[in-house]
Design a protein around this ligand. Structure first.
Ligand code: PMP
Length: 449
């Protein structure tokens, strides 16, 4: 073994000995990334990968984007941190731009260091404003794993504990092609979900504070209801004065191509009351935040609730990142290149009985896998494809209720050539795994999975 290999194996052992057992890493032999450029990353052994997951959608524009590096280094060389107790021109300018982009009138912006903290703050605002700890959320939802945000996580497999300070009512609407309403038309699906929402509200114990939803469910496997569903929900919410919180941690900044925010696919609803963001805005720097109508944001009786939120270095980097995104129309690129990639993946999937569905929009594309020739979700197939794709030089993510959806979310500057290269590698990986699974299937006709 070379010294690099030895160091890598050693690092894995040390990682396992000192970090928590529940801190999952991808791959049986986890990757140590050392650097990136554009849409590519390199590991400690010098292997280059096409990055089709962008560090769980954090790399929004590109790896090592010179504009972000320059902004961060310049600010880091002057002052790393000053706390929220002092003024920061980077934070103010970033907040002004995000307030304008959010579509929320009279918007106020509060910066956090993560998506979880952004959602915690949104829940703090909504429960305080409405004087209620009852929340409506979607089944199959993921909003973080803090003590508060696990209370609105619709899948117990993603919750570290079952305890929660919130009373949560879960409704249908996030998953279009499975569950009791799967085979309905869009209009009938929407009507059924609205009826479910009304039914849940009838079971609520008095005031409900807010309804929170990811416009496209991320960890849930890049799945969503039909366009306009949340607008139909909003009409019901408005009758009860319930706030609408849109979790844009994955769907924000043009990721979905057609819209700058995921909520805009439900545009007839009008702007949400509260919007949370994180991940992509910092291009990897830990930055998140909440946008809310002033009346809601200012209802809270607190002075400062964060030390680091909107710190000069992260705000400077995020500002440079956002400027690049808009100047280069990367949301438009996500629409164009994402559309091509989706067609390619659909064509590949059509020939494979292991692929149940290709879905998503923009550069947020999911592939749902089943045991070949059945309708049974296969998390193990997804794991095998992920490993095989790595061998082909492409990094992808996984998600979905049974861990059976492949998640594809490259940096938004993906080129057509890279989309083609990634699709070809995925085709190879999918075919390899399907053949291996078919070859393994037991003679009696049962599945080995
Ligand atoms: N909301 C959504 C929709 C997410 O996907 C995530 C992270 N996967 C979070 C919130 C939590 O964000 P973070 O991990 O930055 O705390």
């Amino acid at each position: 073994a070379t010294s690099t290999e030895h160091t890598h194996a050693d690092l894995h052992l040390r990682h396992r000995a000192v970090l928590p057992d529940w801190l999952a890493t991808y791959y049986t032999s986890p990757i140590e990334l050392t650097h990136g450029e554009g849409r590519h990353v390199w590991d400690a052994e010098g292997t280059r990968y096409l990055d089709f997951f962008g560090g769980i959608l954090t790399t929004m524009t590109a790896h090592a984007l010179p504009e972000v590096t320059a902004a961060v280094s310049e600010q880091a060389g002057k002052l790393l941190h000053s706390s929220t107790l002092y003024l920061s021109h980077h934070a103010v300018e970033l907040a002004e731009r995000i307030a304008r982009l959010s579509g929320i009138p009279d918007a106020r912006v509060f910066f956090t260091t993560s998506g979880t903290e952004a959602n915690d703050t949104a829940l703090l605002l909504a429960t305080n404003y409405r004087r209620s700890n009852q929340i409506l959320a979607l089944r199959n939802s993921y909003h973080g794993r803090s003590f508060t945000s696990i209370g609105i996580t619709g899948n117990s497999a993603w919750s570290p504990t079952s305890l929660s300070p919130l009373q949560t009512l879960y409704v249908h609407g996030g998953v279009r092609t499975r569950g009791p309403y799967a085979y309905l038309s869009d209009a009938a699906f929407t009507a059924a979900c609205v009826e479910d929402l009304e039914d849940m509200l009838g079971q609520a114990n008095g005031t409900v504070a807010a309804f929170i939803a990811e416009p496209v469910q991320g960890v849930g496997g890049f799945t969503s209801g039909p366009d306009g569903l949340l607008a139909a929900f909003k009409r019901v919410l408005d009758r009860h004065g319930i706030l609408w919180i849109t979790d844009e941690v994955q769907t924000g900044w043009g990721r979905t191509g057609d819209n700058f925010w995921g909520w805009q696919a439900h545009g007839q609803a009008g702007p949400p009351d509260v919007l949370t963001f994180a991940k992509g805005i910092g291009n990897g720097l830990s930055m998140g935040g909440v946008v809310a109508r002033a009346e809601v944001m200012n209802s809270m009786n607190a002075n400062s609730i964060s030390t680091f939120g909107g710190s000069p270095v992260t705000a400077a980097g995020a500002l440079a990142n956002l400027t690049y995104l808009i100047d280069h129309d990367l949301p438009g690129n996500a629409r164009r290149v994402g559309g091509l990639l989706r067609s390619r993946l659909e064509a590949i999937g059509a020939g494979l009985s292991m692929v149940r569905e290709v879905r998503g929009r923009g550069l947020m594309l999911g592939i749902e896998l089943v045991d070949p020739g059945t309708d049974t979700p296969s998390g193990s197939a997804a794991g095998l494809v992920q490993e095989a794709a790595r061998e082909q030089g492409v990094l992808i993510g996984k998600g979905g209720r049974a861990g059976n959806a492949l998640r594809i979310a490259p940096p938004l500057s993906l080129t057509v050539a890279e989309a083609e290269e990634g699709a070809a590698a995925l085709e190879m990986a999918l075919k390899q795994v399907q053949s291996a699974l078919e070859a393994q299937s037991v003679p009696e006709g049962g599945s080995v999975l």
